[in-house]
Design a protein around this ligand. Structure first.
Ligand code: AMP
Length: 286
């Protein structure tokens, strides 16, 4: 496995792959790799002749009160996982190299950055869009692999790739979960035993609400939101938001198109997000 620390080093290696006609798959990560990341890597490995991953904890997407400094950085373990997953090249840029003094550019996906996570985390998606643009410029992949776990991110980056003519195919992979339903996340490592024991409730609430929407017991997005809110009212933390929105645009959900049920919940040690997509019952069905 080759390591590249600068955009020009990454680009030079990857251009050699492309010159040989090899398809390049790219999995960007912030490290602290878990089985969710591994599933993305496996899919990319199967579908592409060359597999590139990056590890970069992007300061631009963290708010001032968020966990940038304490975000886990188990570098040796991560590199071993990438090697085992058959990664050909890992891109490991330094923050000072990606954002030198004087850096002032942002990429904004205007409508999609606003709702849900955007409301709780102002500036987050400009940080995400900016770093992913920089990573794509360095790696120039054929296929970009993202997780449905971060549904809004996947929708926003798909839009960005289209709007900026970046010419990369975006592949969104299903959310990988622990056996009890909790979505795998690097932040799960922050949870104490009691928080960890409670956390699968988030997915239970999403699943139960999705089942009511699918069967026609819930017909209005506002009722889906109210059901999730009331189910989570007595948890050990604080609900940041719940949303039932159109799964493609994040705008008002309508019958006849899939809905995204999404939530963010603040436990004392970690803020967790999760979502499911559900097709609502047809009119009259019950
Ligand atoms: P991160 O390291 O958290 O920035 O995540 C890197 C990529 O892995 C993103 O595209 C995430 O959506 C994806 N990912 C993270 N957790 C999961 C999961 N549980 N299932 C599927 N994809 C995931």
């Amino acid at each position: 496995m080759i390591s590249a620390r600068t955009p020009s080093a990454a680009r030079a290696w990857i251009r050699r792959y492309r010159a040989r006609g090899e398809r390049v798959g790219f999995v960007p990560t912030m490290g602290a790799l878990h089985v969710g990341h591994r599933t993305l890597l496996e899919r990319a490995r199967r579908e592409c002749g060359r597999l590139v991953a990056s590890i970069f904890v992007n300061p631009l997407q963290f708010g001032p009160d968020e966990d940038y400094r304490r975000y886990p950085r188990p570098r040796r373990r991560d590199l071993a996982i990438l090697r085992e997953a058959g990664v050909d090249l890992v891109y490991l840029p330094a923050a000072e190299r990606l954002y030198p003094p004087g850096f002032q550019t942002r990429v904004s996906v205007l409508r999609l950055r606003g709702p849900l996570e955007g409301r709780s985390r102002p500036g987050h998606f400009d940080g995400v869009a900016t770093v992913v643009t920089k990573l794509l410029v360095a790696v120039e992949p054929d296929r970009l692999y993202l997780g449905q776990k971060d549904a809004q991110q996947a929708i926003l980056l798909t839009r960005m790739v289209k709007d900026l003519d970046l010419g990369v195919t975006v592949v969104v992979c299903p959310t990988v979960r622990e056996p009890d339903g909790l979505a795998c996340s690097s932040r799960n490592a922050y949870l104490g035993p009691e928080e960890r024991a409670w956390a699968p409730a988030l997915y239970s609430v999403l699943r139960e609400t999705a089942s009511a929407v699918r069967s026609g017991r819930i017909r209005r997005p506002s009722d889906a939101e109210a059901a999730m809110r009331s189910r989570l009212a007595r948890g050990p933390g604080r609900l940041d938001y719940v949303a039932a929105v159109d799964a493609a645009t994040l705008e008002t959900a309508i019958r006849g198109r899939p809905w995204l049920l999404a939530l963010a919940y603040r436990l004392p040690s970690a803020r967790l997000i999760d979502n499911v997509v559900v097709r609502p019952a047809k009119r009259g069905a019950r």
